[in-house]
Unconditional design. Structure first.
Length: 255
């Protein structure tokens, strides 16, 4: 299903041979995904329709300054179909080198990002969940959708530089092109990254969020972080249930 175009190990980007917080050795991989064109066209059409009425897609006045639709799989059934596709999950797990599963918190499990020319598209950040798959649904303009920019170094070092007021130059980033027909699997929790500002055109990207089935506790989505994007009532019960489930697994394994 996936024809690999590019792959980089985490250590080759961060400069650290071992990362206790990583769930696998993969930094990112870019590939031709082979997902059904009609399914992705349906997702794009429905995302555009929702963006005309949903405030989240119209305003960037929130954490990370991003315009997006959260819990996209709840609003668009085709996203849920792709999210839970067993062949897709098997292929991505093989690519990552660890078994992956869809993220269990509904509001954080999928989203669709909207990038327009001239906008500062998203602040430097690391993801909460272990891995994400970025699937461009639409790109236009001479920038051809632009790129995801990944800081060459540990996320801790990158944050320190930003906190000191230093601007991170383009030479300090690896540029990962975002093109329709291609996708990127990235261990975003252990890579400091942002998006290249578009000079012209636009990009609409589907993001499917995953975690390690073997090490689900390697997760930066505390309840406090989730509340930066979502109201308490939308995430509290699921987050508590997931924490209780993980605690029960630990207790069972310790017996």
């Amino acid at each position: 299903m996936h024809r690999l175009l590019e792959r980089r190990e985490l250590s080759s980007i961060t400069g650290h041979a071992y990362d206790v917080d990583a769930v696998c050795d993969l930094g990112y991989a870019r590939y031709e995904h082979g997902y059904p064109a009609d399914l992705l066209a349906t997702v794009l059409d429905e995302a555009r329709a929702l963006a005309r009425t949903e405030w989240e897609a119209q305003s960037a006045d929130r954490y990370l300054g991003l315009r997006h639709l959260r819990a996209a799989h709840e609003a668009i059934p085709a996203v849920k179909t792709l999210m839970h596709d067993r062949d897709r999950l098997r292929a991505l797990s093989e690519l990552a080198g660890t078994e992956l599963e869809p993220y269990p918190i509904t509001r954080a499990a999928s989203h669709i990002n909207f990038y327009r020319p001239g906008e500062v598209p998203i602040d430097h950040h690391t993801d909460g969940a272990a891995l994400v798959e970025l699937i461009p649904l639409y790109t236009a303009g001479p920038d051809r959708g632009g790129s995801t920019l990944i800081f060459r170094g540990s996320p801790e070092r990158g944050r320190r530089l930003l906190e000191q007021g230093r601007r991170l130059s383009s030479e300090e980033h690896a540029a990962v092109p975002q093109r329709t027909g291609h996708a990127v699997l990235m261990q975003g929790r252990r890579l400091l990254h942002t998006a290249q500002p578009l000079q012209d055109g636009e990009r609409i990207t589907l993001v499917l969020v995953m975690r390690s089935a073997a090490e689900p506790w390697k997760d930066g989505n505390s309840l406090a972080r989730l509340l930066l994007d979502d109201p308490l009532a939308a995430v509290h019960d699921e987050w508590v249930r997931d924490q209780e489930h993980q605690a029960a697994r630990f207790r069972a394994a310790a017996r």
